[in-house]
Design a protein around this ligand. Structure first.
Ligand code: NAD
Ligand code: MG
Length: 333
């Protein structure tokens, strides 16, 4: 055995001794200190945790309100518990009034972040509830309504968020437009343009405006979709924007990695949100929504909140260019 190898072996044995010593005292220590902190929770069956199809027929004018859905989606209002993972962070979340954006906003505030949300003026009723929930955590809550299809507005949105929050560390590009069309012949140029502007141009404009403010350690998160990998026949325009989202996440991660800025994404499957009841799905699809997944039901926004937290938190520092899926057992990634 060479001297170097011998040293390494002695070091390893030495540290093993330390580990064994800790192991010998830790059970009693753990019992004393941990019992109150972690009450045991009963196992939850994911197939029974939330409503299953069939759902009632329901339709709202776009962009729809979570407050008018039946059943109401769960964004973690009463269930999400934070543990300081984003203490002191400053986040801007688009589409923060409802769905995944709202779940992320609630979770971020409970993890200690100040949060600005963007949404459309028609969604004020949903947004007010989110602002109240963020404030209830003692965090700064900033409501910045406006239409992301406009470049000037996107620039102003970032500037307003930076000045109200006193900086920016996390940008969540989550807003999107999804309208079902049976045939490509039914997609007008105005339609196509609105989907591209909301889903592709807005993140492009927002990231450009945000970049000068993002220091090493900051995070950009995009919401992609299973549609990026397995596009539906009636979502031709929307699905290609989600493939583009996954692509910019991966290219920007490479470009911004050396600057210490991480870029990641979330790819949800069928999730119970206003997007689906305001033209995103046909009534037939909606009534059976999520029923074909192995879990037999759609996901709720609350079930994805921890992914948005994880991708923003310092302890996922080696995750960049990743897209984390949550789709009840079907689709990719
Ligand atoms: P949602 O309707 O709750 O959120 C979408 C939000 O986009 C709206 O609340 C609205 O504020 C915002 N928005 C749309 N157009 C806008 C515009 N022009 N200007 C400003 N804001 C605008 O629905 P959701 O399902 O939570 O959607 C969030 C993200 O999740 C989207 O990127 C969507 O593509 C993605 N996604 C959803 C599902 C699903 O099944 N619900 C599946 C995969 C991916
Ligand atoms: Mg909404």
């Amino acid at each position: 055995m060479s001297e170097e190898k011998g040293m390494n072996r002695r070091k390893a044995l030495g540290s093993m001794g330390a580990v064994l010593a800790v192991a010998a005292i830790s059970p009693a220590f753990a019992a004393e200190n941990k019992q109150d902190e972690f009450d045991s929770k009963p196992l939850e069956d994911p197939t029974k945790k939330y409503p299953k199809p069939p759902f009632k027929k329901q339709s709202q004018p776009w962009p729809g309100l979570a407050g008018k859905m039946e059943p109401r989606p769960d964004h973690g209002e009463t269930s999400y518990k934070g543990s300081g993972r984003l203490k002191g962070r400053k986040a801007l979340i688009t589409g923060g009034d409802s769905g995944m954006g709202r779940a992320a906003a609630i979770a971020y505030a409970r993890e200690g972040a100040d949060v600005a949300i963007n949404y459309l003026p028609d969604e004020e009723a949903d947004a007010i509830e989110v602002i109240k929930l963020i404030k209830a955590e003692g965090r700064v809550a900033v409501a910045l309504p406006g239409d992301l299809r406009n470049e000037d507005f996107c620039r102003k949105l970032v500037a307003d968020a930076v000045s109200a929050l006193g900086g920016l560390d996390i940008l969540v590009n989550n807003a999107a437009r999804q309208q079902t069309r049976a045939s490509i012949l039914d997609i007008s140029s105005e339609d196509f343009d609105a989907t591209m502007k909301t889903n592709i141009y807005a993140p492009f404009w927002l990231i450009k405006a945000a970049l000068p403010h993002l220091k090493p350690g900051s995070a950009i998160i995009g919401t992609s979709s299973v549609q990026a990998y397995d596009p539906s026949e009636d979502l031709v325009d929307y699905a290609q924007t989600k493939a583009a989202t996954t692509s910019y996440i991966k290219s920007l991660a490479k470009q911004l990695g050396p600057k210490g800025i991480r870029v990641n994404g979330v790819a949800p499957g069928p999730i119970w949100t206003p997007l689906q009841v305001s033209g995103g799905a046909t009534q037939e699809k909606l009534q059976q929504f999520g029923g074909k997944t192995p879990l037999g039901r759609p996901g709720q926004p609350a079930e994805l909140a921890s992914i948005y937290v994880q991708l923003a938190a310092d302890d996922s520092s080696y995750a960049t260019g990743q897209v984390y899926g949550s789709s009840g057992g079907e689709g990719n990634p």
